[in-house]
Design a protein around this ligand. Structure first.
Ligand SMILES: Nc1ncnc2c1ncn2[C@@H]1O[C@H](COP(=O)(O)OP(=O)(O)OP(=O)(O)O)[C@@H](O)[C@H]1O
Length: 260
């Protein structure tokens, strides 16, 4: 099967500095990759490039293909099409991107109608389904984000990302703003929603426990470069690079926690 995402020799420069330097990565359908590394390693910029959402002031080189469509050096219109349904992003602050006063259902339905050209009734049904996938009741479609808890808002952001049934979800520290039990509950929903839809995942996390619980493959970045990659279980059990060893030592992760 052709890969969902193919990243080849990706570079991202900002203000004359090379922040991502030659990253290569292939994501197969349904596969779950974690991206870890110290602060400033280039994890977020790599994730943003894969999602076609690099911030202004940055320039990408190399190649990022999602579902066969090139994202580097293409017009915003092409990126917008791919973001519609090929790839979706959920970030630490995704919940804050929701309009606080606009009903949840309307916000989730808008991209479905625009990108998938669903009629009103079909979009509404899909919104209810997307909310159910993250364990939120249909009535919540009528609520405004300002009426919800932080955890509920982040679940809505996750439902919004998954509503179009993207082939790839890019999640950049999606639980960083949530406390322990709420974060675990969100990851549990993410896990189940991905399993149900067969959506592949690229997950940026600083938490090796989260990595081990959610992902099968990992890429370790340092200084914008890939220093190690492979199966999570193997990399965490026997880290080959000093940076990975430091991360593992810091997390004091026990091997039985690692996802099979
Ligand atoms: N919009 C931007 N403009 C200029 N430089 C940036 C921008 N975004 C990131 N950088 C720089 O690029 C480098 C990599 O940043 P990035 O956010 O990808 O790292 P990270 O591994 O996600 O770090 P953290 O774990 O701290 O979030 C850093 O040196 C950062 O200062």
């Amino acid at each position: 099967m052709s890969p969902v995402a193919e990243v080849r020799d990706l570079t991202v420069t900002a203000g004359g500095a090379t922040c991502v330097d030659g990253v290569t990565l292939g994501v197969a359908p349904g596969e779950r990759w974690g991206v870890v590394g110290p602060s400033g390693a280039g994890k977020s910029l790599t994730a943003a490039a894969v999602a076609g959402l690099l911030p202004p002031g940055t320039t990408a080189g190399g190649s990022v293909r999602v579902d066969g469509t090139e994202l580097v050096g293409v017009p915003e219109t092409t990126l917008a099409e791919v973001r519609g349904c090929g790839v979706a992003l959920v970030a630490q602050d995704s919940a804050t991107a929701l309009h606080p006063l606009l009903a949840v259902g309307r916000q989730l339905a808008m991209p479905l109608r625009r990108h998938q050209r669903l009629d009103r009734a079909t979009a509404r049904a899909r919104v209810v389904e997307a909310l159910a996938e993250v364990d939120l009741p249909a009535e919540l479609a009528r609520a405004r984000p300002s009426q919800l808890s932080g955890g509920q808002r982040q679940r809505v952001a996750l439902a919004a990302a998954l509503a179009c049934r993207p082939r790839l979800l890019v999640a950049d520290e999606p639980t960083a703003a949530l406390d322990g039990p709420v974060a675990r509950a969100l990851l549990d929903r993410l896990d189940r929603a991905l399993a149900a839809s067969g959506t592949a995942l690229v997950l940026v996390t600083h938490d090796l426990g989260v990595l081990a619980a959610v992902c099968e493959q990992v890429v370790v970045l340092a200084g914008g470069r890939v220093v190690e990659h492979g199966a999570v279980r193997e990399v965490l059990a026997a880290p080959a690079h000093a940076v990975t060893r430091e991360l593992v030592d810091a997390a004091r992760l026990s091997v039985p926690e690692v996802r099979a």
